[in-house]
Design a protein around this ligand. Structure first.
Ligand SMILES: Nc1nc2c(c(=O)[nH]1)N[C@H]1C(S)=C(S)[C@@H](COP(=O)(O)OP(=O)(O)OC[C@H]3O[C@@H](n4cnc5c(=O)[nH]c(N)nc54)[C@H](O)[C@@H]3O)O[C@H]1N2
Ligand SMILES: Nc1nc2c(c(=O)[nH]1)N[C@H]1C(S)=C(S)[C@@H](COP(=O)(O)OP(=O)(O)OC[C@H]3O[C@@H](n4cnc5c(=O)[nH]c(N)nc54)[C@H](O)[C@@H]3O)O[C@H]1N2
Ligand SMILES: [Mo]
Length: 755
């Protein structure tokens, strides 16, 4: 395979600093931009909206990365969308614009309504907008005809109030972006170790002897993680990367926070071993590593496995040993695309390390067998007691900056009985007990025309979900669509449906309520809860905070009969936190502890080897091989992020580390596969997938011959979303299979392939 990783020799470095500052100053101006970056991730400042990687205790003066700076600049922009913009741009014309163009127009500044059947948004007052939504919600035959989506930037305070409103209204229809993201991690870990979150803290990275990184591209999506990895590496920790692509950020890193490194261009080699697994081949690969470890134990009985731990804390070891012994090397090699010698190298590193951490992201979760992937990682770690002691553990690296916190606050279509009981005790209403709709179920119900009102707390539902065409048709079948948003996106422009935009404050902005300046709290990937307080003047005087918008919606919908003192809670967010403390375990002395430096850590039983499973043991599990067979003309497609986007928000058209410039409709194809198809760089192809009886095609994607395993291809999210079928999702977690879509490829014809 050709070694092609773009023009940069190492991730980050001077290039990243230049890109970050250039982008920030261009969007926000020097004064506003500097003011924003100066407070980013600092004590008393605001939490980076870029990702959920934690901040170190010993923070540097610039505790941010290139992509965090882009996220901040994007929000702190000086561009504004006012009523004049919307009268000049009818919805039908906005629909013709790209995602990049839409978001680049700037911040939303006042509530807008597009009345049913009309082609343009017009201004509406807050009172009128909230009143209209309230009366629509009250008129439903059942609250279950409404759906309340959450993206993952929403603060703990806003999320808690939001689920409270929705449950007092009477439904658990609370799908969220987590359904599309780490749901497989939550499910897999919940089954095996009794807690659906990671078990490590940042301190553990300072003690690990080996770190396995699977299905994650931290150089782009969690750049501050590279600093943690560099420190570990410099202590002699070994790093194993498992990914179909050789991602530059996993290969070499130049630390932008070290001036000498910047000037000299020096960099650290990160991965000791890089296994270019086939897409979907992780269960086979991990099983191969486990098979080696078990053979090592047979050769040196009692010296490789942690027998005391296995005996005392786990079940399922004998069954796993038998199952692995029966798996043939041929099958494991064939499915993973990795040779058994390389698996042996990984096994040596694993067994030679006292403490091992495994990190992963979407490359493991967004497959039909996403839950099995996570369970197999847990198997590997459990064999040597690598859970529940310093320097070791599982680390699903979360995406959105507060996606984990939103779940802790009760944003879930399947709340636990204890949570609902606590809510009932605290607020005195009877919350609904039936499970609600997750993201896929929402899409399915919408497709049947059965969702009347769709309300989104952030996000871009129509673009982020599978099968864009069907998703948009589904949204168009609602009577009313409401978005609480900072920027304009595709989901605001659906069909001719009545649509309201409620513009909100972002993380970077000052939040003033009746009781004075407020801060909010968030939870990072490692269960640390801490403060976030913006310092910029709001993009417009008409913006409201998310907690204030929820309170307004609740009052307008539930009226005086509501058991919740909405206005009182929003006047001073300490009062919301007092309520959270009384409902959710782990938040004792919330207001006091969150004011301490760095905040506090939520309890995690598995970290202390208390496994909250049915029998109190951690479970080793049997995960069969996937056994997928591709027909001769089929390929397996993964949809991934470029270096210049945040999910559906497109900052620019380059993907610097992969050598792509100025375009996003590209398809990465193995060099030999390209040659077999008679295709070379610059050729254009149409890519198709089958959804039951329907074939969906994306047109005119440029071929990029690349170092990717054979029969594996990659394209960008969200351009390739039309190819993902709504009914194709992970077993157990119902996460869409964004990273394993069977496709066929053919050269585009002169008329663009649209016969
Ligand atoms: N700048 C920036 N930061 C972000 C985001 C962003 O869009 N931009 N998004 C945020 C969000 S919501 C999330 S969830 C995270 C996402 O962070 P990531 O999960 O790192 O993002 P993806 O681009 O989806 O890439 C997943 C990686 O998985 C690999 N992969 C795909 N299939 C397989 C497989 O079968 N096996 C293995 N081993 N690897 C595979 C791909 O090659 C790619 O390197 O990032 C968060 N941070
Ligand atoms: N093909 C494919 N599809 C995927 C994925 C994939 O890897 N491949 N990944 C999936 C994953 S992991 C995720 S998490 C989802 C993401 O799905 P979403 O979270 O729904 O999408 P985003 O693109 O993050 O949402 C962007 C919008 O959020 C709004 N916004 C930004 N900041 C704020 C804020 O502070 N408050 C409010 N109220 N609104 C704000 C802006 O209006 C912006 O347009 O996409 C999923 N879809
Ligand atoms: Mo995500």
């Amino acid at each position: 395979m050709s070694e092609k990783v773009g023009t940069s020799k190492a991730a980050a470095g001077m290039d990243a600093v230049v890109h970050a500052l250039r982008r920030t100053f261009a969007e926000a101006g020097v004064a506003r931009g500097t003011r924003a970056l100066y407070r980013l991730n600092q004590e008393g400042g605001f939490d980076c909206p870029g990702c959920a990687w934690p901040e170190a205790g010993d923070r540097s003066f610039a505790e941010f990365c290139e992509n965090g700076a882009k996220a901040v600049a994007h929000e702190a922009t000086t561009r504004r969308l006012d009523a004049g913009f919307f009268s000049a741009w009818p919805v039908s014309r906005l629909r013709e614009q790209s995602a990049h163009w839409l978001e680049a127009q700037g911040r939303l500044t006042q509530p807008m309504i597009r009345r049913a059947g009309r082609d343009a948004y017009e201004p509406i007052s807050w009172d009128e907008a909230l009143g209209h939504i309230g009366s629509k919600l009250r008129s439903l035959a059942s609250p279950d005809e409404a759906v309340f989506y959450t993206s993952g930037r929403t603060s703990n305070e806003a999320a808690f109030l939001y689920q409270l409103f929705v449950r007092e209204l009477g439904t658990n229809n609370l799908p969220d972006c987590s359904n599309m993201c780490h749901e497989s991690s939550g499910t897999g870990l919940g089954e095996t170790i009794g807690v659906g979150k990671g078990t490590v803290s940042l301190d553990d990275f300072a003690e690990a002897d080996a770190i396995f990184i699977l299905g994650q591209n931290p150089g782009t999506n969690h750049p501050r993680m590279l600093i943690t990895l560099q420190r570990a590496k410099e202590r002699g920790c070994r790093i194993v990367s498992i990914n179909p692509l050789r991602e530059l950020g996993l290969v070499r890193f130049s630390n932008p926070q070290r001036p000498l490194e910047l000037i000299s261009g020096r960099s650290t080699e990160l991965s000791d071993l890089y296994l270019q697994v086939r897409i979907g081949g992780d269960v086979a690969l991990l099983k191969g590593i486990i098979k080696h470890v078990l053979e090592m134990e047979e050769a040196r009985p009692g010296q490789v496995l942690d027998h005391a731990f296995l005996q005392k804390h786990t079940s399922g070891f004998e069954a796993l040993r038998e199952h692995v012994a029966q798996s043939s090397w041929e099958d494991l090699e064939e499915e993973s695309g990795v040779g058994r010698e390389q698996m042996a190298e990984a096994a040596q590193i694993y067994a030679g390390a006292r403490s091992v951490i495994a990190c992963w992201a979407m490359g493991l979760t967004q497959h039909k067998h996403g839950v099995a992937n996570v369970r197999e990682v847990t198997n590997l770690l459990l064999l040597r007691g690598n859970i529940g002691r310093p320097g070791a553990g599982v680390c699903p690296v979360r995406g959105h900056s507060n996606v984990q916190g939103d779940r802790t606050m009760g944003i879930s279509e399947r709340p636990t009985t204890t949570f609902l009981d606590n809510l009932q005790r605290e607020f005195g209403f009877e919350p609904p007990r039936d499970h609600g709709l997750d993201t896929v179920a929402t899409l399915q119900k919408m497709a049947g025309g059965k969702v009347r009102v769709f309300l989104a707390m952030g996000g871009n539902f129509a673009a982020a979900t599978p099968d864009s065409e069907r998703a948009e048709q589904g949204m168009a079948s609602c009577d009313l669509v409401v978005h609480v948003s900072t920027k304009l996106n595709r989901s605001h422009l659906i069909g001719s449906v009545e649509s309201i935009i409620l513009p909100t404050l972002g993380r970077t902005e000052r939040d003033q309520q009746a009781g004075g300046d407020q801060f909010v709290t968030v939870e990072d990937s490692m269960s640390m809860v801490h403060r976030s307080q913006g310092n910029l003047s709001p993009a417009s005087e008409h913006l409201r905070s998310e907690p204030a918008i929820v309170a307004g919606l609740a009052r307008a919908t539930l009226g005086r009969a509501s058991k919740v003192p909405w206005e009182d809670l929003v006047a001073d967010y300490d009062r919301i936190r007092d309520r959270i403390e009384r409902v959710i375990p782990g938040f004792e002395r919330f207001n006091e502890r969150v004011r301490e430096q760095c905040g506090f850590r939520l309890p995690n039983g598995a970290r202390d080897r208390r496994f909250a499973t049915s029998d109190g043991l951690a479970h080793l599990t049997i995960n069969p091989l996937v056994g997928r067979r591709l027909a001769r003309d089929e390929f397996l497609l993964m949809t991934i992020r470029s270096h210049d986007q945040f999910n559906t928000t497109i900052y620019g058209l380059d993907d610097r580390y992969r050598g792509i410039k100025g375009r996003r409709n590209v398809i990465f194809l193995n060099d030999d596969d390209a040659a077999d198809l008679g295709l070379s760089a610059e050729d254009e192809v149409d890519v198709s997938s089958r959804h039951g009886d329907v074939v969906r095609t994306i047109h005119r994607f440029r071929v990029v011959p690349y170092g990717i395993p054979r029969r594996c291809v990659a394209a960008y999210f969200p351009e390739a979303n039309p190819l993902v079928a709504i009914d194709s999702f992970a077993e157990g977690s119902r996460t869409p299979t964004y990273k394993s879509v069977v496709v066929t490829i053919r050269r585009s014809t002169e008329d663009g392939g649209r016969q």
